[in-house]
Design a protein around this ligand. Structure first.
Ligand code: ADP
Ligand code: GLC
Length: 474
């Protein structure tokens, strides 16, 4: 079965968040299970692209309104990521450094989708599945079925995975001319709330959609930035498949990015060595419990509450707790956090920016990982933390609810709380500090965390079952 994954991100080529981790791992595990899975993404002028060798496998031109765009499809020569990697390059549009936030983002992602469709159409390819991720590839299921240009491809099965239902990629009807000739009786499929909405279009037109956790699937019809009713009426097409983690990249026994590699047998010693390295680097005391946060500093992640919660905890437990933050995002939150660091230099440190290697060391060297998310479709940080014996403190939502059981409940190994509030975060911190003093219980829980299996094998099998249910003869 031949599968093309279409995505704006893929680790290690270009990453902003978990979408990259998923698209960089799922196809590899699908190939190990006997599928032929490939990734197609925009070309970005970044380190991975500069350091690897690519062949030009196709050259063509596509029309974006009245603009003729010449494009190339590049293929990484050695399939070193465990799958075929194709990049769509369009000079001036898809050859830049950043992934998002250009003013012509609409043009950027429409051109990406058109070039992909033109390529597979003209090169006579017939994949069995086109698997689209998030709104950046959300128009593909519609175009396959309702554009005359791609009639030959109309029967290809399309799957759409929602990693983040808050972002829709919506734009005005004045840009309809960017699309190739379509069946005008079907324009209703493009519409939501008076605009063209690629996320809504994908949900309406794909064969099946998935959300990245069962709880998030349910939450989409309660809160999805205006698409609640759509998710409610289309619910029969949806399923929830929890993400896995790439256990080759995230492996405390082999991780080259941490100071001291460790297995479950040396868990106490191993974590302590990594914690000491972290604390030396960030001027914190290694004997105190270390609570960390890694992620985008945005309201979705509850990052706006971090400074107030940390200040309250530091005042409630003077000299008894350390905090470390790694992230970037909303300027106001960044400033608040930096002010807190200046005020309490011995109990908290803050790194503003993106640092993959430091993230690995923080998962390995922290005692607890804080995730006060308002919205968390799946969340990968808690899964990485568990793999490195670090207890997640999570708000009970989306994938956090599906993957973290409170240690007070049977079989539990984490701390869960209900509200995105400073009070609930501080209460979770209080529980973590009591647990930290109970060394035996904490050690036993760390062992449980490290034996949990969140590898992709199980989740990849669920995607494969979904593909097969739609393509029974393959
Ligand atoms: P989201 O995709 O919503 O940002 P996830 O939990 O799914 O959240 O994935 C976040 C991914 O991005 C993880 O791999 C995490 O380690 C990484 N990450 C987020 N922010 C940073 C940062 N500032 N530096 C390094 N890695 C980061
Ligand atoms: C999104 C979500 C995150 C999820 C990731 C990968 O960015 O915010 O919760 O883990 O996608 O699916």
């Amino acid at each position: 079965m031949k599968v093309f994954h279409l995505s704006a991100e893929c680790y290690p080529v270009a990453k902003v968040g978990g979408l990259a981790d998923v698209v960089g791992a799922l196809p590899k595990y699908q190939n190990m299970a006997g599928l032929q899975a490939a990734v197609v993404m925009p070309y970005y002028n970044r380190k991975f692209v500069q350091e690897n060798v690519f062949d030009i496998v196709f050259q063509g031109a596509t029309l974006l309104g009245t603009r003729r765009l010449y494009f190339e499809i590049l293929k990484e020569q050695t399939d070193k990521l465990g799958f075929e990697l194709y990049l769509v390059k369009i000079p001036g549009l898809l050859d830049r450094e950043e992934i998002y936030s250009y003013p012509d983002e609409t043009e950027q992602f429409i051109a990406f989708q058109l070039a992909f469709l033109d390529w597979i159409s003209y090169s006579q390819q017939s994949p069995d599945i086109i698997h689209c991720h998030d709104h950046h590839s959300g128009l593909v299921p519609f175009l396959l079925q309702h554009s005359k240009l791609y009639t030959r491809l109309a029967n290809i099965t399309t799957i759409f995975t929602i990693h983040n239902g808050q972002y829709h990629g919506a734009f005005g009807w004045d840009k309809l001319s960017y699309l190739p000739e379509i069946d005008l009786t079907k324009t209703g499929l493009l519409d939501w709330a008076g605009g063209i909405n690629p996320l809504a279009t994908a949900v309406k037109c794909c064969w099946r959609y998935t959300a990245v956790s069962p709880t998030y699937l349910r939450e989409l019809s309660i809160s999805s930035n205006g698409l609640e009713y759509l998710f409610y009426i289309e619910r029969a097409k949806g399923s929830g498949i929890i993400n896995g983690i790439d256990t080759e990249v995230w492996n405390p026994e082999k991780d080259p990015m941490i100071t001291s590699k460790f297995s479950i047998k040396q868990i106490t010693k191993g974590k302590q060595a990594n914690k000491e390295a972290l604390c030396t680097r960030f001027s914190l005391a290694p004997e105190l419990p270390l609570i960390s946060f890694i992620g985008r500093l945005v309201v979705e992640k509850g990052a706006d509450l971090l400074a107030a919660a940390m200040e309250q905890s530091i005042n409630e437990h003077p000299g008894k707790v350390n905090f470390l933050i790694l992230g970037a995002g909303d300027k106001e939150t960044e400033i608040e956090l930096l002010q807190l660091k200046a005020y309490y230099p011995e109990q908290c440190n803050v790194v503003i920016g993106y640092d993959e290697a430091l993230a690995h060391l923080i998962y390995a060297g922290s005692d607890f990982l804080l995730m006060p998310s308002r919205v968390e479709p799946c969340g990968l940080n808690q899964l990485y933390a568990l793999r490195y014996g670090t207890m997640p403190l999570v708000r009970s939502t989306g994938g956090l609810k599906d993957t973290v059981i409170d240690f007070g409940d049977e079989g539990g190994y984490g701390i869960r709380y209900d509200n995105t509030s400073v009070e609930d975060i501080c209460e979770a911190v209080n529980r973590a500090l009591v647990l930290f003093d109970n060394t035996k219980q904490l050690q036993a829980l760390r062992k449980i965390m490290m034996t949990l299996d969140f590898s992709w094998d199980r989740s990849a099998a669920e995607y494969n079952d979904l593909y097969k249910s739609l393509n029974p003869i393959i």
